[in-house]
Design a protein around this ligand. Structure first.
Ligand code: COA
Length: 414
């Protein structure tokens, strides 16, 4: 039995943040019924299209293990179906623009009245406050949550990251909120509202940067490269390039082939515990005893020189050779892996982290499988549903007859 088997999710999500959440719940065994507008569906089905006529990868990669029910919830017939779904389901998940559910007539008060056990989970851009009515997409959240101001190089503009911490990150937060609320409901019998605001989710992931903001009051941040470069600190956590951000200094360094390969780099951490081994590997044994280099504190003002010297060595090796040499010595390094390399990595296929899926419209494609592995609830990735593929099935399970269903169809409700 899957961990969430028996849990029914009324999935009103679209685009990325909400679908990330409900896909996870589906992977863990919940029955996820994705409600989509008839003839239209989730907008991402037709965004970034690579195979004409087929659902896009944007959609398919975020909507595995779900059933699709088309329903126009603005028609009286559609509203009646939605009411039945609310009575049947355990969790309703949505990431509409603020106010959309109220306009539809299914705000929290109504949903709670219909089904007091229902957990109603929402992603919004912002929590209560001055921006609560704003529509928000990924990069806006990265900017408003503190990520952009702390990402990039000191002499460049703020940067957004490739990791979708605003959308997918908030979806992850929401999934945790939902299973927590389900656990609470087991004991209390009561449903509740769960809100994950994208700004809050991003800020949570940028927690260490708020740490550094407060540390600034005690003086310059010595582990930031700019300290050794004598660049004064301002009044806010600065951008720190590829500095490690933790107590063990690290940087991205060039490896053999960097002139032509944009990913011929390694991350290299000068962990204090293995400093002596690093000195031997890079051909600087004299640094082991030299008081200017022997201790972490002594090295902080000269990190530029230390990493340039290590880079002279890494540039003579490929990123994988660096890994092969440093790993047995417990020196923490990591190759910069491209999406191409990750897609082709056999060990990720073996663990189900990268999965090949077959789709009736588009054929085979790769997706990222469930990143969390439960030993008693293994995940089987099932292709995303076609628009309305399960409408008849879901409606029949709700008690609608074949005649009822064709009536709903002719009324434009499904
Ligand atoms: N039947 C009938 N109407 C439906 C429907 C259905 N099955 N599903 C959606 N709709 C309607 C909504 O009720 C809404 O109508 P209204 O504006 O007349 O009240 C309309 O479709 C559009 O929904 P909305 O959420 O506003 O979509 P959008 O494309 O305008 O905005 C976002 C997209 C993502 C900006 C917005 O949904 C949002 O800010 N969401 C919260 C934050 C978030 O999750 N952002 C990240 C997305 S990855």
């Amino acid at each position: 039995m899957k961990a969430l088997e028996g849990v029914k999710i009324l999935d009103f999500t679209h685009v990325q943040s909400g679908p990330t959440c409900t896909q996870l719940l589906g992977w863990f065994g919940a029955d996820v019924i994705k409600v989509e507008r008839p003839g239209v569906g989730d907008a991402t089905r037709k965004q970034l299209v690579d195979v004409p006529g087929a659902d896009s990868l944007y959609f398919t990669m975020l909507n595995h293990n779900k059933r699709s029910l088309t329903l126009n919830t603005k028609t009286p017939e559609g509203k009646a179906v939605l009411e039945k779904l609310i009575l049947e389901c355990d969790v309703m998940v949505e990431n509409f623009a603020p106010g959309a559910l109220d306009r539809m007539g299914f705000g929290w008060d109504r949903v709670h009245e219909l089904n007091p056990r229902m957990i109603m989970a929402s992603v919004k851009g912002f929590g209560p406050g001055p921006y609560e009515d704003c529509k928000v997409y990924e990069n806006v959240a990265q900017c408003a949550g503190g990520s952009a101001s702390t990402t990039g190089f000191l002499d460049g503009p703020p940067l957004v990251t490739g990791a979708q911490i605003g959308d997918s990150g908030t979806g992850l937060h929401l999934a945790l909120g939902i299973v927590t609320a389900l656990y609470h409901r087991e004991k209390s019998g009561e449903g509740q509202r769960v809100l994950a605001a994208m700004q809050d989710g991003v800020l949570n992931l940028c927690r260490v940067k708020l740490r550094d903001q407060q540390r600034l009051a005690a003086g310059p941040l010595k582990e930031y490269s700019q300290y050794g470069e004598d660049i004064p600190f301002g009044d806010a956590t600065p951008r720190a390039g590829n500095d490690s951000g933790g107590g063990q200094p690290g940087r991205i360094l060039k490896c053999k082939g960097w002139e032509t390969d944009p990913n011929a780099y390694t991350y290299f951490i000068t962990q204090a515990a293995v400093w002596q081994k690093i000195c031997d590997v890079i051909g600087k044994p004299e640094w082991k005893e030299d008081p200017e280099y022997a201790t972490p504190d002594a090295r902080l003002p000269r990190l530029g020189e230390v990493f340039s010297t290590i880079e002279e060595w890494t540039m003579t090796k490929t990123k994988f050779e660096v890994m092969d040499i440093c790993n047995p010595l417990d020196i923490p390094v990591g190759p910069i892996l491209s999406m191409k390399e990750l897609a082709e990595e056999p060990s990720l296929r073996d663990t189900g982290t990268i999965v090949e899926v077959d789709h009736p419209e588009r054929g085979k494609y790769l997706t990222v499988g469930c990143p969390v592995k439960l030993s008693a609830s293994p995940v089987e990735v099932v292709r995303s549903p076609l628009l309305g593929e399960h409408s008849d099935e879901v409606l029949a399970q709700l008690g609608y007859s074949a005649d009822d269903i064709s009536g709903l169809r002719s009324a434009g409700a499904i």
